[in-house]
Design a protein around this ligand. Structure first.
Ligand code: ATP
Ligand code: ZN
Length: 283
């Protein structure tokens, strides 16, 4: 049985549970439950506060965990990151009041920065030979400057709207973070096998999200050009249409190249291009 720790409630909860579902793992969890067993995979899920997840994985109480890289680095536990999950994206940033004349980190020398991430921030200051003073607090960081607790803050940001409504501006990105799958360093081989099975599924789900299945009709005399453009998984599938001189071409295209490819396909006279989402993709 593999044991995974996920956030009990909060920003990572929904995406974590959704990922397991997309991996075909059924959980009969009611919201607020502390642990549950998957019905169709040897997996036990612990629902915890995100701050506790690195310790649980480090101690081996859980074998793996889904947690923000920001929390993992702050707790500085010896745990491996095995997969970057692509959700829970945010930045740990330094922000100052809008009226503050900020040039670089040295502008904050001898001033106070309020944060719940003292370790990550201290490392960043050291690396940049800056001497700002860290003032550790446990929450509501963004109000620290307006109540005179500190001149600056170091906090998690995604859109920046919280900073803006508190009269702050973002001036330094200390860390770009996302949710990661973290793994205990001493997994038994039976657990490693289960982890590999889970990773195969996670990979299939994530790869599928980054790719689209496209179908189009193309004049047969353009097939060579189009095939060169579309490597697909091996090469595109080409099926002749009932109408002479035309074929149906089907293949997989990566999201990053998608619009480039579509433009070129049109130059090669492709018509009726259909784009479909892929549910799972095993390469
Ligand atoms: P818990 O009750 O589990 O301790 P929390 O309040 O500490 O929850 P959340 O606010 O739910 O934590 O955030 C969990 C994680 O979501 C963060 O550690 C971070 O990795 C990620 N995240 C993504 N966007 C943001 C954001 N705008 N603000 C804060 N965290 C974010
Ligand atoms: Zn937390």
């Amino acid at each position: 049985m593999l044991r995974i720790a996920v956030q009990k409630s909060g920003r990572l909860y929904e995406d974590s549970v959704k990922l397991l579902k997309e991996c075909g793992i059924q959980l009969n969890n009611g919201y607020g439950q502390l642990k549950t067993k998957a019905e169709n995979f040897p997996l036990e899920v612990f629902f915890l506060r995100d701050d506790d997840i690195p310790q649980y994985v480090f101690d081996g109480v859980a074998d793996i965990g889904i947690v923000g890289e920001n929390v993992l680095l702050e707790k500085a536990k010896e745990i491996d990151i095995i997969f970057r999950l692509g959700f829970g994206k945010c930045r740990l940033s330094i922000a100052v009041p809008k009226s503050f004349v900020y040039e670089d980190l040295q502008s904050l020398n001898h001033l106070k920065i309020a944060t719940t991430y003292p370790n990550i921030l201290q490392q960043y200051l050291n690396k940049n030979n800056a001497t700002a003073e860290i003032h550790e607090i446990s929450g509501s960081v963004e109000i620290a400057p307006s109540i005179g607790l500190a001149e600056a803050v170091c906090d998690l940001v995604s859109s920046g709207s919280t900073l803006f409504t508190n009269g702050l501006k973002e001036v330094e990105v200390v860390l770009a973070s996302e949710a990661v799958l973290a793994v205990n360093k001493n997994l038994a081989s039976e657990k490693t096998d289960l982890l590999n099975k889970l990773l195969l599924r996670i990979n299939a789900v994530k790869t599928a999200k980054n790719n689209k299945y496209i179908m189009m009709n193309a004049p047969t005399h353009q097939l060579e050009n189009i095939s060169k453009l579309l490597p697909g998984m091996k090469s595109p599938t080409v099926v002749p249409l009932a109408e002479n001189g035309w074929s149906s071409v089907q293949t997989v295209v990566n999201e990053n190249e998608f619009w480039d490819v579509i433009e070129k396909l049109k130059q090669y006279e492709a018509e009726g291009i259909l784009v479909l989402p892929i549910e799972k993709m095993i390469v």
